[in-house]
Design a binder for this molecule. Sequence first.
Ligand SMILES: C[S@@+](CC[C@H](N)C(=O)[O-])C[C@H]1O[C@@H](n2cnc3c(N)ncnc32)[C@H](O)[C@@H]1O
Length: 391
Amino acid sequence: MLVHCRTVSLFLCLTQTHTSLDCSWKPTQVQREHANCTRTEPGSNPCPTPQARSCETVDYYGRVLKSTSDLKSNACLTPATPVAPAVRRVLEEVHPEVTRRYYGCGMVVPECLEGCRVLDLGCGAGRDCYMLSQLVGDRGLVTGIDMTEEQLDVARKYVGYHTKKFGYKKPNTEFVQGYIEALQEAGLKGSFYDIIISNCVVNLSPNKKHVLKEAHHVLKDGGELYFSDIYCSHRLPAEIRTHKVLWGECLGGALWWEDLLRLAEEVGFCTPRLVAASTVTVGNKELQSLLRDYKFVSATFRLFKIPRNVSNESCRVIYDGNVTGHEDFLKFDAYHTFRKNEVVTVDGELASILKMSRFAEEFTFQDHAENKTGSCCVMPKVGAGDCRKLP
Ligand SMILES: C[S@@+](CC[C@H](N)C(=O)[O-])C[C@H]1O[C@@H](n2cnc3c(N)ncnc32)[C@H](O)[C@@H]1O
């Protein structure tokens, strides 16, 4: 499997000049390329390079789209799934102008946020930042980064409004202009954040590996990247990847989900854990015909940064029921739901994630379970489905 993946990676780097897996595009180029970004007229030729594609993305989110109703497909719309009352309450507190410019495709509300430092990759007008600002509280920090000034202008305009509304003495939210492929160049510190979220943005990056690498760098050990994005059932061909509207609508740049698993491993993250997935309906006949039989899903994954030298033995864990809003059970991912006071055996990787992350205080650990085979004894209980069975 590993050999197969490495071969595929090498093959892609050799054969594709400007795909999402382009190996030659270095973060140091990012600032320079974007600094020279000139605006293009809508309807001009499809963008030929990753850099030009980013310029067009700036254009799309800065000038073409003014609100959710300007979208040309349903891809950048969060599926209408039930929202927990606590989340609905915090969303209602966000200023309507910020909410109008929300273009996310999934809910990014990880658990256990109080006091955490959170980074939002491609924060746009800041809806998720202001939602999380309430959940981390005044001891926490939310940093939003985006490359599009027009989006950031809206986000920054309401820092004071939300600080006052949430009753904080000083803002716990900040917005940085920069590229998600170059977080260090944007001035973000290494090993600083507890959690990175992102909502429908990584698909827009011409270099997804750099995004994951940089995210890994700025996360603390035990930190996690919790993000929703659009994935495709297969690798997309050039004519779809280079179509400007399909790209801007978060479809053209969608990763084949198996590539996410491979890139995450190459960068040093643990195996991506699927939280939820739902089918994307395009809702536009013209775009749908260009997409032929390719299927898309909006999926949320959690990727943890755990040092490689940590012991990887399966163990028994007991959830204590103390996470706010998850008192009876904690749905950790699509396959693991921990019920309060229930003893379950987890595989070595999940055991080290729980022990090393902010979840450590929420569990009791009983080491050296009888089953040391590494297989997991917690059976799937809730159904987002195996990502291998995504449509
Ligand atoms: C689909 S919108 C999502 C915005 C926001 N997360 C939300 O849910 O409303 C994509 C955003 O990502 C930003 N973006 C795309 N590629 C980027 C990159 N390479 N670096 C920084 N921001 C990027 C765009 O400027 C845009 O604001």
